[in-house]
Write a protein that binds this ligand. Structure first.
Ligand SMILES: *Cc1c(COP(=O)(O)O)cnc(C)c1O
Length: 422
């Protein structure tokens, strides 16, 4: 871990908060499924002097001089991304996942056009049409849902029916709170039938796809993939847009990311992406991706054995959604707070057709990317799940929780963040 000596000597307040966060990340277990530990090399690139440089445009076609090295870096990021996902085009400039999604909507649609996405309460993301987002003022969103929240099966029949009625120009397959694999062939079939561009927002699962542990939607014929780079993919915070072929759609996307929607690219961030993609191309990344899923399945099993209802009935990926209110009479908010108190970080989450409110929903969502990067395997996943259930049973017992916190710290000491990620 960097000792942040320069910050320490000139900015005590930021240094203190940063040092606190270092300790928090080292001594607690991170179970937020969208978080991870980026490697030192990724962070070195992301914090490099490239932050000084303006590079509006794309490699070979920039609006500023002095691009001989930035062009090399962005080209490396692009070529590695294409190799990782087996596709023909990548734009690595989106500052985060949401801007990647919005730029893509603008590239492919006119105001007033219709986008079909997964219902938010069934696992979809804010950027797929939540009423609180600005894009819902510009585009019209229609939804598909699970047929049965206890298996996770999507209602493809209803999806086709709604698609035929509403003629979406884009169909989004993607989620941030859903634990099964989607049937990508069905999405492509429905998309082709109504003439929609079929887009996979794989922000959460990109690392599992890159590591070969989950299916790649391009293999089923998807047109576009959108992703973040900081979740399972374990890169710096950022976004990326991929298309199957470097054709018409790719040109529109490049134009819309810059100058349409963003200004200058964050070249230090793009360097971090390039380094992360090289890491993800190594054989060890496959082991990580496989282990992430094994760990999530081991955790799901313990919850099931203890009669906690899991949405989708279990998991195929890196995350688990548990109905703690329905099963244990503890709200998602209460669960999040009690677990935080013992050093386990996760988030409360709405469950499908939740009778409760977003600020105090019925569920919790947790996942295994960060703990897997930390070197934990099934044995630790099982131990952690047992600790979580014990915490929930003792949520009002401060003494018991203090004891549990020490056990969590011990577990972290036994599995320190590996040198390359620390
Ligand atoms: C996380 C996420 C995003 C947004 O990414 P940000 O980097 O937070 O903007 C978009 N779509 C899905 C499915 C996500 O999970």
């Amino acid at each position: 871990m960097s000792d942040y000596q320069f910050i320490k000597s000139q900015d005590e307040k930021v240094y203190e908060a940063l040092a606190g966060e270092v300790l928090r990340q080292q001594t607690g277990v991170e179970l937020i499924p969208s978080e991870n530990y980026a490697s030192r090399a990724v962070r070195e690139a992301n914090g490099s002097i490239l932050t000084n440089k303006y590079s509006e445009g794309y490699p070979g076609k920039r609006y500023y001089g002095g691009q001989e090295f930035t062009d090399v870096i962005e080209t490396l990021a692009i070529e590695r991304a294409k190799e990782l996902f087996g596709c023909g085009f990548a734009n690595v400039q989106p500052h985060a996942g949401a801007p990647a999604n919005i730029a893509t909507y603008f590239a492919l649609l006119e105001p007033g056009d219709t986008i079909m996405g997964m219902d938010l309460s069934h696992g979809g993301h804010l950027t797929h049409g939540h009423p609180v987002t600005y894009i819902t003022k510009i585009f019209n969103f229609v939804r598909y849902k699970m047929k049965n929240p206890d298996t996770g099966e999507i209602d493809y029949e209803d999806m086709l029916k709604v698609a035929k009625e509403t003629k979406p120009k884009v169909i989004m397959a993607g989620f941030s709170a859903y634990s099964r694999e989607l049937d990508y062939e069905q999405f492509v079939k429905i998309g082709r039938e109504v003439g929609a561009v079929v887009i996979g927002d794989v922000a959460h699962i990109a690392g599992l796809i890159a590591g070969g542990a989950l299916k790649n939607p391009f293999d089923a014929g998807f047109d576009v993939l959108l992703t973040t780079t900081h979740k399972t993919l374990r890169g710096p915070r950022g976004g990326m847009i991929l298309t199957r072929e470097d054709a018409d759609i790719a040109k529109k996307i490049n134009k819309e990311v810059f100058p349409g929607f963003q200004g200058g690219p964050i070249m230090s961030n793009i360097a971090g992406k390039a380094v992360a993609f090289k890491e993800a191309l190594q054989p060890s990344f496959k082991d990580y991706a496989t282990q992430v899923i094994k760990n999530a399945q081991a955790m799901a099993q313990v919850f099931k054995e203890n009669e906690v209802r899991l949405l989708c009935g279990g998991t195929d990926n890196h995350l688990v959604l548990a109905d703690v209110y329905g099963s244990l009479g503890i709200t998602g908010q209460e669960a999040e707070v009690s677990l935080d108190e013992v050093g386990i970080t996760l988030n409360k989450n709405m469950i499908a057709d939740d009778p409760r409110s977003p600020m105090d929903p019925s569920g919790i969502r947790f996942g295994t990317p960060a703990m897997t990067t930390r070197g934990m395997k099934e044995a630790q996943a099982i131990k952690l799940s047992e600790i979580m259930l014990e915490t929930l049973q003792n949520k009002d017992d401060a003494q018991e929780k203090a004891k549990i916190k020490r056990r969590v710290e011990e577990l972290c000491l036994e599995h320190p963040i590996p040198e390359v990620f620390n």
